[in-house]
Design a protein around this ligand. Structure first.
Ligand SMILES: [Zn+2]
Length: 464
């Protein structure tokens, strides 16, 4: 069995062969830390979390790098608006980002380079490009990349330079030789955050940051580079121009791009104003189930297909997930190692190895769940849990997960005292006071608690 990944560069699904057999370097463009991430970004980061988990589950040694962009026009603007220092803003936003990732259950990257700590490597890269005739100083003091002198420009996004120029609607910028040239080093205006350099005080361009950090952390050629679909042009195209322009080597073997999460008809984007942060969404979900539920919703479709965001779809994902956990509660799993020749495991693996085809992989898990429910085999239940674990799902305690974040009661909790109401109902049923038993069931139902009567007079409860 070999893993095939769709490469945005070749526009094909190709067998995945890292530069060094068995070892994978993955670079993912991380957040610009001026505000909380929106739920569309959460999809992108969840997709690459899935990729890392699956690669590791199938024996690859992965170095996962996801950067933090902590210098940017938006950051400076937001800090000014809020009247706080740039460091204060970026520290707090980075901490919030990490907290959001933890709530979603995402793995921490192996390295999380921050742009402001890599100014030296960025300036080295600019000097290298200048020495090769690919960078020049504009009349306004900015340093630009000379797009027309890099022959491969446009190969990722399949754009033709003349078409791009014809489509350019920007005012003619006399500082540039070509309207498509982009900034490598931006000269500082008075009072702006800046670093000294031989080009004068300034700060790096966004594209430059990723080329420098990826090169420093993972070498001149990296196996996998990921990001959201919208980053292909110009960001990733420009990363290629800078990195390959400097090194003369292929920058990335496989480019992966995660499709959009759509909010109604419009693309998820802060600039469109339909802005739901990941934490907005998580705050509206059950505190115990919500993180896994949101991640399950974000990943159950194929990563290259757009997904429509709605409360209804989110609830559906929750129902499916609770179905899996219910099977694990009913048939307690034994710990098993995965035998990939088992037909369920083989089907699951074939789907995941086929460009991370989650809909097909999940269909295999649904089938397995059906068999667990019918045959009540602790081994198969164990396999269900283990296969879910390869992609980061189904690892919570089923009982605790299904109960959710509803307090089990107590005088001061403001919640119904579920355990004692259940006990009271059991007693009422025993003494044939069915009216009282029914009233308790209704009271709990109104509070979002569903009761399930089991053989032997046992009653279990879970959050609706
Ligand atoms: Zn990037």
């Amino acid at each position: 069995m070999t893993l095939a990944i769709h490469n945005s560069l070749s526009r094909r699904k190709d067998p995945f062969e890292p530069l060094v057999p068995g070892k994978v370097g993955l670079y993912v463009c991380g957040p610009t830390v001026y505000d909380s991430i929106h739920v569309g970004n959460a999809r992108t980061f969840s997709v690459f979390d899935l990729v890392v988990r699956w690669l590791r589950a199938t024996g690859f040694e992965v170095t996962y790098v996801r950067n933090i962009t902590d210098v940017d026009d938006k950051i400076m603007e937001r800090a000014r608006e809020r009247g706080i220092g740039i460091d204060e803003l970026t520290e707090a936003t980075t901490a919030n980002f990490r907290a959001d990732c933890a709530r979603l259950g995402l793995l921490a990257p192996d390295a999380e380079p921050r742009a402001t700590r890599y100014i030296g490597p960025m300036l080295d890269l600019v000097a290298h490009l200048e020495s090769k005739g690919l960078a020049y100083r504009g009349a306004n003091g900015d340093v630009f990349f000379a797009v027309r002198d890099f022959p491969g420009y446009g190969k990722l996004s399949r754009r033709n330079l003349d078409d791009l120029r014809a489509g350019e609607r920007v005012a003619v910028d006399t500082a540039k030789r070509d309207p498509l040239d982009f900034v490598l080093w931006k000269a500082a205006k008075p009072g702006e955050l800046s670093w000294p350099s031989s080009y004068g005080a300034g700060r790096p361009g966004w594209h430059l940051e990723c080329s420098a950090m990826a090169g420093r952390e993972l070498g001149a050629t990296i196996d996998l580079h990921g990001g959201g679909w919208d980053l292909q042009f110009p960001h990733h195209e420009n990363e290629i121009a800078q990195s390959e322009g400097a090194s003369g080597k292929p920058f990335v073997r496989v480019w992966m791009h995660a499709a959009f999460l759509n909010m109604g008809d419009e693309k998820m984007s802060k600039s469109l104003g339909n802005f739901f942060t990941a934490r907005d969404v998580l705050d509206h979900l059950d505190p115990v189930q919500g993180g896994e539920q949101l991640r399950f919703f974000l990943l159950r479709g194929h990563y290259r297909s757009e997904v429509a965001f709605s409360r209804e779809h989110l609830d559906e994902a929750g129902t499916t997930l609770r179905g899996f956990y219910t099977a694990l509660r009913e048939v307690p799993p034994v710990a098993v190692g995965i035998d990939w020749s088992d037909p369920h495991a083989a089907r699951f693996r074939a789907a995941m190895d086929d460009d991370f085809d989650m809909p097909v992989a999940l269909a295999a898990l649904h089938e397995l769940r059906g068999e667990v429910n019918r045959g009540r085999s602790p081994q198969l239940s164990g396999l269900l849990k283990a296969l879910g674990g390869t992609i980061g799902f189904l690892q919570q305690d089923p009982e605790a997960f299904l109960k959710g974040g509803v307090s089990a009661g107590g005088a001061n909790s403001g919640q119904p005292d579920v355990e004692s109401l259940v006990a009271e109902r059991t007693a009422a049923k025993k003494s044939r006071d069915f009216a009282r038993a029914d009233a308790i069931r209704k009271e709990l139902e109104a509070a979002g608690i569903v009761l399930e009567d089991k053989p032997g007079g046992l009653t279990e409860w879970r959050k609706k």
